[in-house]
Design a protein around this ligand. Sequence first.
Ligand code: HGY
Ligand code: MN
Ligand code: MN
Length: 428
Amino acid sequence: MSPSLDTAGLGARAAEMLDELAQISASADHLTRFFLTPEHRRGADLVARWMRQAGLEVTEDALGTVRGHRPGASPDAPRLLFGSHIDTVENAGRFDGCLGVVLPILALDWLARSGHQAPFGIDVLAFGDEEGSRFPTTLSASAAIAGIFSPSMLAARDSDGVRFEDALRAYGKDPADIPAAAYDPARVIAYVEAHIEQGPVLEVEGEPLGIVTAIAGASRLSVTVTGEAGHAGTVPMRLRHDALLGAAEMALAIERIAVEAGDGMVATVGRVHVEPGAVNVIPARVVFTVDLRSGSDLSRRTALERLEREAHHVADRRGLGVVISAFHEVGTVPCFPDLQRRLAEAAASLGARPVWMPSGAGHDGQAVSRLCPIGMLFVRCRGGISHNPAEYASPADMGLAAGTLVRFIERFEWPGPAGSLREAGESA
Ligand code: HGY
Ligand code: MN
Ligand code: MN
């Protein structure tokens, strides 16, 4: 067991690193770092430097994921994976994603300094496309390591019309190398992601750490409503086909569907585009997004069917057209019980009493779950605020989380290549 863990020092270092990474942004005024941008490149280079300083072998795959590797007892020893994302939403906080890259780097640095050598290999992964902020894709980088990257993503275009594939080539990658980014499932033990909770539960419970039981399934939709442009001063209200009012009525219907569904369902209309967007022209076309989530996939699918019906009722009544297309769909993903137990025991060894809880936010772990068992460790964040520059996790809580990862790795008894974690987990 490594010497008594200096969790305060680990937390202070984590805060410094996150502050440094947060300076790498498309804007001088706020933190915005989108996939395959110059800011992504600079952020990836900084993470790679930290990985090297921690003694890791650094590579980068065809989706730009930075990989830091610590060898196990033999070059082909199966690996424990840790990681999260370094891309952000617009005007983001500095902890979302990045924390889950910084903490395992610090944990491995600590273990290296304390002379610990695990029989298994350990990788830290910094994914670049979790948020889906630039392209209408999400989890593309983690999907690639899981071997489930969808080539159709390459045709996605950002708001400037730039194709995913062209941006990838401009970033110096070759789409032909994407299949090689996938891990061999037989060489991977499990994946563990540390992440801020992005909600208020841990703060309300007065606990610094959470053990995630499952990650909620999510659907992201694009809804296009078409009406008829007209003169704002001359067309009587009863003769209008106002695309924006139709969209507004649909948005309120979506809210009602989520509230009535229960199951912790949440629905968000986050982006609205209005054409022609002139003050004195009746809107002819509106495109808006829907983000729908629930811990129950059945409940979410039922809500989607109801949303489709009600949107068409509104359109029929107002003489509008409506087209609904889903551009992202991921099912609810359970976290592996054996990993939950191991994370909880590691946290408890440092005096924490972690809270078991689901994640309403999506994470790279949802994609990686198609490769191997996943576990997630939540870190308390102030006021549950996230996707907001006011996002904050304390150095003390971050240090405790880093220490938990150290203990998790030190204690990770693994049956070896003969047996997989899944078998061990099932017997546990
Ligand atoms: O939207 C999410 O849940 C994640 O922050 N990308
Ligand atoms: Mn995140
Ligand atoms: Mn996020």
